[in-house]
Design a protein around this ligand. Structure first.
Ligand code: UFG
Length: 327
């Protein structure tokens, strides 16, 4: 059992960052959040924990890290929209890679040498096998995935150069809302499947399914949907692994089970109590037919198990959050 740790959470006003910050507090740790609120939401963080700072401001980050002893950093602050990254690669390299450089400088300056990093299954691009293990080649197919892969590579070098120990968590499809904290997914613009399906139910305007001619059983893409509370638990375990002296590692975070877009539509309809209106549209550029995690390494190294793998339960948690916000 670890003693209480003090953690700097960058991007802690965003969807996943705020839920992880909440679970760190629940696990008995202390948390300071850094967020510039450009994409996150002020109401996701208790005011006394929030420092409104841009991740590129190395001086401010160093000041915060030096003001009191920190045991580790969790780094969520990054842009996450694949389509936007294709249109504006420079934005993604500046914010995601430049932001990481800025943070790692500040950490080195202030002697903080443990990091949990938000990576993504997008680092694999179009993998040749499914489920995907961490041995799959890193071959991103968009600037978003490329920016995360670059940071993972940088972490490999920093491990050798400055003893920075890190866990890179490669998220598959994070979704759902966290029951305990009442926090959930709220992006603007929204691009993710589940919130868009819920919006379609709410407004009656049909969602678009991006292609039904993929080489899968029902023709729609298969993804590994991981409940955000299970994802948050993986972060707390990763932190405790590092505090116990764990070595630098990259880990898939997924359930190991794939679901098609049609299955998600079905589950969302059941969760909302009425069918989701939808059309079939063309394929979206860059989508892989199937992305499913092999989470064996996460399970064996951190003792993690997903608790919520039922799509309808995931969709219900998201619907509960959505309707509460829509009031
Ligand atoms: N989809 C639709 N219609 C929509 C939105 C999505 O049919 O309106 C489909 C997509 O084509 C895909 C699936 O639903 O097949 C899931 O799409 P999302 O946009 O919700 O998620 P992605 O799988 O594209 O991407 C997510 C994260 C990325 C991460 C990736 C890794 O958003 O950050 O998982 O697998 F890189």
């Amino acid at each position: 059992m670890n003693k209480m740790a003090r953690i700097l959470v960058t991007g802690g006003a965003g969807y996943i960052g705020s839920i992880c910050a909440y679970h760190l507090l629940q696990a008995g740790h202390d948390v300071v959040v850094v967020d510039d609120l450009s994409r996150g939401h002020r109401h996701n963080v208790a005011p006394e924990r929030l420092r409104q700072v841009n991740i590129l401001d190395t001086g401010k980050l160093t000041e915060i890290l030096a003001a009191q002893p920190f045991d580790a950093v969790m780094h969520f602050a990054a842009y996450i929209a694949v389509g936007e990254s294709v249109e504006s690669p420079e934005l993604y390299f500046a914010n995601n890679v430049g932001g990481a450089v800025s943070l790692f400088r500040a950490m080195r300056e202030s002697g903080v040498s443990r990091l949990v990093f938000s990576s993504t299954a997008a680092v694999y691009g179009h993998p040749s096998r499914s489920p995907i293990t961490e041995a799959e080649p890193i071959a991103p197919v968009n600037p978003y995935g490329e920016s995360k892969a670059a940071v993972e590579r940088m972490l490999g070098w920093l491990d050798r150069a400055s003893n920075l120990r890190s866990v890179s968590l490669r998220y598959f499809n994070a979704c759902g809302a966290d029951a305990d904290s009442g926090l959930g997914e709220q992006h603007d613009p929204e691009t993710h499947l589940i919130p868009l399906l819920l919006r379609a139910v709410h407004t009656g305007k049909p969602a678009t399914l991006f292609g039904d001619d993929y080489p899968t059983a029902d023709g729609t893409c298969i993804r590994d949907y991981i409940h955000v509370t299970d994802l948050a638990r993986a972060h707390v375990l990763a932190l405790e692994y590092l505090l116990d002296g764990g070595a630098t590692v990259s880990l898939n975070v997924g359930t190991g089970r794939g679901h098609s877009v049609r299955e998600v539509v079905e589950a969302a309809g059941e969760a909302c109590g009425r069918p989701v209106p939808y059309n079939i549209g063309p394929r979206r550029a860059g989508d892989s037919p199937e992305l499913v995690a092999d989470p064996a390494r996460l399970k064996s190294l951190l003792g993690w198990q997903p608790r919520c793998t039922d799509l309808r339960e995931i969709a219900s948690s998201a619907w509960e959050f959505f309707t509460r916000r829509a009031k």
